[in-house]
Design a binder for this molecule. Structure first.
Ligand code: CTP
Length: 139
């Protein structure tokens, strides 16, 4: 089947893998021949989510790498490197959950992507599940 893009990019913590992550990765892969996933470092997660991940970077990389939709895993050290990372990995499109749509961060990023001829697709967020929810049900 002819895909819209050759390479698609997505990024995230992918901690406590859940159905929302799988749907996002599946949708991302449907848009391209290859999917590159940037997995956030433990330090980056601690910085922006204010909590350390439940699983280490190495374990999260091993988990994400084993998903059939994923062709390549890279490490995300900063949220500000998405465009640079996309270009470096020869991706023409980034797919992200729609929970980010309309945020200041992604409004700015969309403009930057557009100026480079790249696209951002917002995939419908899977309601009712997240790492935060899994965490809050623990113990
Ligand atoms: N995502 C999604 N649906 C969910 C949860 C996440 O589509 N229910 C998407 C996010 O929008 C993002 C990607 O999956 O594009 C990775 O999200 P991540 O931050 O790793 O997962 P969350 O479960 O949202 O983590 P947290 O609760 O810590 O914010």
């Amino acid at each position: 089947m002819q895909k819209k893009f050759n390479r698609v990019y997505t990024a995230g913590a992918f901690d406590s893998l859940h159905i929302g992550h799988i749907r996002l990765l599946k949708a991302a892969k449907e848009n391209g021949n290859e999917l590159v996933v940037a997995v956030s470092t433990d330090e980056l997660i601690l910085n922006y989510k204010k909590k350390p991940p439940l699983q280490t970077l190495d374990d999260r990389i091993e988990i994400v790498s084993s998903i059939k939709y994923v062709d390549k895993v890279v490490i995300q050290t900063s949220r500000d490197f998405k465009l640079k990372d996309c270009i470096k990995n020869k991706c023409q499109c980034m797919v992200v959950g729609s929970d980010w749509k309309g945020t200041d961060f992604f409004e700015k990023l969309e403009k930057e992507f557009k100026s480079q001829g790249l696209t951002i697709i917002f995939h419908p967020y899977t309601k009712g599940i997240s790492t935060t929810i899994i965490r809050s049900n623990k113990g």
